[in-house]
Design a protein around this ligand. Structure first.
Ligand code: SAM
Length: 293
């Protein structure tokens, strides 16, 4: 690799590991720096060499590639570290977006850092951040949850644990599970919870839609086109004022009702008795049931 690539960064004879973001759909999101780094390194370690081959060809990059994916990452890391130690530079890319964000690369980067090697990020597209930037939900604090568990029971349990979270929640979801997942979210986070569905970002059928969870899940249910492609789901956190609104008396009423009734009925009755919002009491009741309180 040319000495000039990142002037001042090359302090030893060892090569550098570059973690390079690639587009999540729109090739115009490839940064000039990413193109330059990928052209200049000695080796590109790619999640899927065939998939990335198209991207590299488009940008006229003919650097040698090797496959590093979730199934061989651990076994390949020692060899890649040796290549770096021998003074060669490597760029790591995944199929789309920022490596390590719901993508392979963690073992490689961790091992490189543990070996004292230089690791340089080359930032670019990331679906979670792109969705957050356009969602209009509070973005000062957020929680990235990645993909929810594939099995319904585990997924529901994961949502229940997040029910009281005050920060904006960000999930990735696959097209096979988008409808089921939205229905479960409606049930668990509450039908009125504000959310945003960001689909096919940067692509031809990009859609960023906001609404309550009920509205979004009914909309996706009605229109099969909305069940295709790639998705980010963002959910408004529980506002802090509302979180504090369930006082000792409301909690006492709710607990008594929960001993006798299902959650939704207990929440509805508690709302009538205390004057608090049913949705809030429902969420609180779920957290009580989940042993969180
Ligand atoms: N590393 C990638 C990133 O930086 O966003 C994420 C890789 S993960 C394997 C793929 C998931 O990211 C998809 O299933 C989807 O949830 C989300 N995703 C990727 N591209 C997207 C897009 N263009 N629009 C919406 N979501 C996208």
């Amino acid at each position: 690799m040319r000495e000039s690539i990142e002037s001042g960064k090359s302090v030893s004879n060892a090569g550098t590991l570059y973690v390079v973001a690639t587009p999540i759909g729109n090739l115009e999101d490839m940064t000039p720096r990413a193109v330059r780094v990928l052209s200049e390194v000695d080796l590109i370690a790619a999640e899927d060499t065939r998939h990335s081959g198209k991207l590299l060809k488009h940008f006229g990059i003919d650097t040698k590639t090797e496959a590093i994916h979730e199934h061989n990452e651990r076994s390949q890391v020692p060899r890649l570290i040796e290549i770096l130690k021998a003074g060669k530079s490597i760029a790591f890319i995944t199929d789309a977006g920022t490596p390590l964000v719901s993508d392979p690369g963690f073992h490689l980067v961790r091992s490189a850092r543990q070996a004292g090697l230089t690791v340089i990020p080359v930032p670019g597209a990331c679906a979670a951040i792109a969705a957050l930037s356009a969602a209009g939900l509070p973005s000062d604090r957020f929680v990235f949850e990645g993909f929810p568990p594939p099995k319904s029971a585990a997924r529901r349990a994961a949502y229940e644990k997040l029910c009281e979270e005050s920060r904006t929640l960000i999930f990735y979801e696959s097209p096979h599970r988008i409808l089921e997942s939205l229905k479960e979210m409606t049930e668990i986070f509450g039908p009125e919870r504000e959310a945003v569905l960001a689909r096919e970002l940067t692509k031809q059928f990009e859609t960023v839609r906001n609404g309550t969870l009920t509205e979004l899940s009914e909309w996706v249910n009605r229109d099969p086109h909305q069940q295709l492609g790639e998705f980010v789901i963002l959910i408004h956190g529980v506002p802090r004022v509302e979180r504090e609104a369930v006082d000792g008396e409301a909690e006492r009423v709710l607990k008594i009702l929960l001993d006798e009734l299902p959650v939704s009925q207990a929440a509805a009755l508690a709302a009538r008795i205390t004057g608090l919002k049913k949705n809030r009491l429902y969420e609180y009741a779920l957290s009580l049931k989940g042993g969180g309180k």
